[in-house]
Ligand binder design. Structure first.
Ligand SMILES: Nc1ncnc2c1ncn2[C@@H]1O[C@H](COP(=O)(O)OP(=O)(O)OP(=O)(O)O)[C@@H](O)[C@H]1O
Length: 796
């Protein structure tokens, strides 16, 4: 019996324990379920509140727009229009937001208090900030974590949203994003070969724009198809700051166009091959390492690809703009001179000996900087590759020899130093080394050594009565030497471009063209000289073209949707363009005037500017300066130093240099300075600024006759390294590139464009009953809006 009782007791105890354990477990489960339920309800409540707030603004914005446009009441319930309303929302406690931040541009957080116009935000970084309402934007809590491939798909089209979207995508190597028709390309600074292979090109062929991921191939394909289908010439404008990836994008565009328009030719060089191979040639002579890019193009480029009736490439032309000449003689550490100089010094030994070259460290034009080699670049291989590319673009071996002879001669020229001569204020080559380099330069130029010496050390002044020979002091002789080097190099570059053009050949019967523009972006440094002035003029002109186009595109969109949109304005920069290029009286005209008067200095030029533009709202004189001036550009203020403006603007070959080169026994060298310029001193004054202005005018005329497409390249960091995305830096570029202006134009109307089903999905929670029984999304949207409208009226 006892044993039985004990066992019974044990069993009961066990059951009790088991029950207790189960109860405990149950309790826990119940508790966690309860907890989750509460959280969910809370979330839904917050979500609902946020959506209510968002919706109210959809509605009130609509009404604002409606009253401005003075539409009739019937239109109020038009769901097409209702779905396109501006999406700025009124923020309340608990709203998730973006707050302006001095370090990271925008930081996310939650509103913890609202006091009139000021909003207190608890940021995710832990800090609390109080900001004006205008510096706080709503955050889209439903945005996909990987971002959206087109900015116009963002629920809130504002600066932090755009930035965050680019960043999310960049983090997963999605470097391309659309803003409507504009492609934004963020430089990955790492190779992504899978993005650009033949398989990829095949995918984009004929795919509707927007159907596949954003890509330069998609832009090129859209341009190509529009050209074929509508018979309109196209242009693709690639812009961005130095190192942002313009040239790489341009090469991808050309690769795709060659793929689409190329012909299968069994032998010989095809036009497209020549166009593609012109890149390495132009890069060897026109690119250099700068602090901002190891392979920076120091010139602007417009490649015009011509097509025949069947859409096959039939010709091409390359136009270049404003090569940076000063680099030939002046290189600052840690930059390099043009690549071709280093390639030639690293050429196979027979070539090095032939041109009497050697270590680049022994040449003055190269050793002003300590940078001679580039990471991952073998100059010997580059030399051989450049020679091969020169073969493909039709430069004969004799011509190649002459080209490299001239390059070598320039290096020797740079090593000629001058000392005081016997006569007063005269100069002579300083020592035996200098004599050696002078003789070698003359030999390579195939001209007389004495004539070279005279052209560097003397000037001949012709007056009405006599001809006077004037000596130059050592300093002036060195300036004359550098001027010769610069003019020869820039003429050599022009020769290469002309040669490439004539060997590729233009098609006079071409039906259409696609132009690809790869041009320097807006520049603002500590010191800004004439080059920056010209570059920024280019950007002002392109900006105006861009704004007009974006505005036109928006206008077309509204016309298509039958929405009245005539009250939106955009900032026009015509006043800056007038300030710079108006004739007479603009800055370029005043600069030309100053260059023509022998007694002008940069100071007298600056005084003239101060006088002329003292009341111009885009021009100002910096307080502590006597010769600088500031222009208020569309992308920000830039202060220019006028010191070298006059020199850099003069565009003539000194008569002595002209005579020297013309007398060369090498037809290539004499051909660099055509005889028509012999009387350059007496001929009409020509200036770099005015010539550049005309070139730009011609470019804009070409662009205006085409349908433009835009690629905005962005450099995510200044370290040129992958996986680093600097918010403020990127934002600055988006502003300068006009992306923000395009968004602003869009925001001035109805920026949020939601398909009906998305609208119902998003806002159905506010009045689920109206959706019952309705399968038509348009009707559902209409009911939803009407329901909210009546409920608000009854609230009042
Ligand atoms: N799509 C890309 N994929 C991989 N690397 C890229 C890409 N775009 C740019 N880069 C890298 O960035 C570097 C700079 O790009 P690129 O020379 O095209 O700049 P850029 O805008 O033309 O500059 P610049 O005005 O100085 O000539 C390239 O040499 C390359 O290393």
């Amino acid at each position: 019996i006892w044993e039985g009782r004990r066992k019974e007791e044990e069993r009961r105890e066990k059951t009790k324990k088991a029950q207790k354990a189960l109860l405990c477990q149950l309790n826990q489960i119940d508790f966690s379920i309860f907890q989750r339920k509460i959280e969910l309800e809370n979330q839904q409540l917050v979500l609902k509140r946020q959506k209510e707030a968002e919706f109210v603004v959809y509605r009130s914005d609509f009404e604002r727009n409606e009253s401005e446009a003075d539409r009739d009441a019937a239109e109020v319930s038009d769901p097409v229009k209702l779905l396109k309303m501006a999406a700025s929302v009124s923020l309340g406690v608990g709203s998730l937001v973006w707050a302006e931040d001095s370090d990271t541009a925008w930081i996310d957080g939650e509103v913890v208090a609202v006091n009139g116009e000021s909003i207190k935000v608890l940021c995710t970084s832990g800090k609390t900030v109080v900001l004006k309402a205008s510096n706080v934007y709503p955050k889209d809590t439903e945005a996909p974590p990987c971002g959206v491939d087109d900015m116009t798909k963002l629920a809130y089209l504002h600066e932090p949203g755009v930035l965050h979207n680019l960043r999310c995508r960049y983090d997963i190597n999605e470097i391309y994003t659309y803003t409507g028709n504009i492609l934004i390309a963020v430089n990955p600074f790492r190779k992504l070969p899978h993005l650009y292979d033949n398989h990829m090109m095949a995918q984009y062929k004929g795919a509707a724009f927007g159907e596949l991921s954003p890509h330069p191939f998609a832009v090129a394909d859209a341009a190509y198809r529009q050209m074929i289908n509508e018979g309109i010439s196209q242009s693709i404008l690639v812009s961005g700051e130095s190192g942002a990836g313009k040239t790489e994008s341009t090469k991808l565009l050309m690769q795709y166009l060659a793929y689409m328009g190329g012909r299968a030719v069994a032998e010989g060089r095809t036009v497209e091959q020549q166009v593609l191979e012109s890149n390495p040639v132009l890069e060897a002579f026109g690119n250099a390492k700068t602090v901002r890019n190891n392979n920076s193009s120091r010139f602007g480029k417009f490649v015009e690809i011509q097509f025949d009736q069947r859409g096959k490439i039939s010709g091409a032309a390359i136009r270049t703009y404003l090569l940076e000449r000063s680099r030939v003689c002046q290189v600052s550490d840690p930059e390099r001179n043009y690549h071709c100089f280093y390639m030639l010094c690293a050429a196979p030994s027979e070539d090095v000996q032939r041109y009497k070259l050697g270590n680049p460290r022994t040449f003055h034009y190269l050793n002003q900087s300590n940078c001679y080699e580039l990471d991952g670049v073998d100059d010997t291989k580059e030399y051989i590759a450049t020679r091969r590319a020169m073969d493909v673009v039709g430069i004969s071996s004799e011509e190649q020899d002459a080209i490299f002879r001239v390059v070598a001669a320039i290096l020797h020229l740079g090593n000629i130093k001058f000392a005081k001569g016997k006569e007063m204020d005269s100069s002579v080559p300083k020592d035996e080394k200098s004599w050696f380099h002078l003789r070698t330069a003359a030999e390579l130029f195939m001209c007389d050594a004495k004539a070279l010496e005279d052209s560097l050390c003397k000037r001949v002044i012709v007056t009405r009565d006599e001809t006077i020979t004037k000596w130059l002091d050592p300093e002036s002789a060195a300036i004359s030497r550098d001027a010769l080097a610069k003019v020869v190099y820039s003429r050599l570059f022009d020769w290469l471009v002309d040669k490439i053009n004539s060997s590729i050949g233009q098609d006079p019967n071409s039906k259409f063209l696609i132009g690809v523009l790869d041009i320097y972006g807006f520049e603002s440094f500590k010191t800004n000289s004439f080059e920056q002035f010209c570059i920024n003029l280019t950007n002002e002109k392109l900006q105006q073209h861009f704004n007009q186009h974006v505005f036109k595109m928006e206008q077309e969109e509204y016309t298509k949707e039958e929405i009245n949109w005539s009250y939106i304005e955009f900032i026009d920069n015509q006043d800056v363009l007038d300030l710079i290029e108006k004739k007479p009286g603009g800055i370029i005209a005043l600069l030309d005037e100053a260059c023509m008067f022998p007694r002008s200095t940069h100071e007298t030029f600056a005084q003239k500017l101060y006088q002329t533009f003292k009341n111009h709202k885009r021009f100002s004189k910096p307080k502590l300066s006597r010769s600088d001036f500031t222009i208020c550009h569309y992308a920000g203020d830039v202060t220019y130093q006028t010191e070298f403006f006059l020199d850099k603007n003069k565009d003539y070959v000194i008569a002595e240099h002209q005579a020297l080169l013309t007398a060369s026994n090498c037809s290539f060298v004499s051909g660099l300075v055509p005889p028509s310029e012999e009387s350059s001193k007496s001929s009409k004054f020509s200036s770099i600024g005015s010539r550049f202005k005309q070139q730009l005018q011609a470019l804009l005329e070409t662009l205006s006759s085409t349908e433009p497409h835009y690629i905005r390249c962005v450099k995510p960091n200044n370290l040129l390294k992958p996986a680093i995305f600097e918010n403020s830096n990127v934002l600055q570029q988006l502003r300068c590139g006009g992306v923000m202006e395009a968004i602003r134009i869009s925001c001035a109307g109805f920026p949020t464009r939601k398909p009906f089903y998305e609208f119902v999905d998003r806002f159905g929670i506010l009045a689920p009953e109206v959706l019952d029984g309705s399968t038509d999304e348009v009707i559902a949207c209409k009911r939803l809006l009407e329901k909210e409208r009546t409920s608000r009226i009854s609230d009042w």
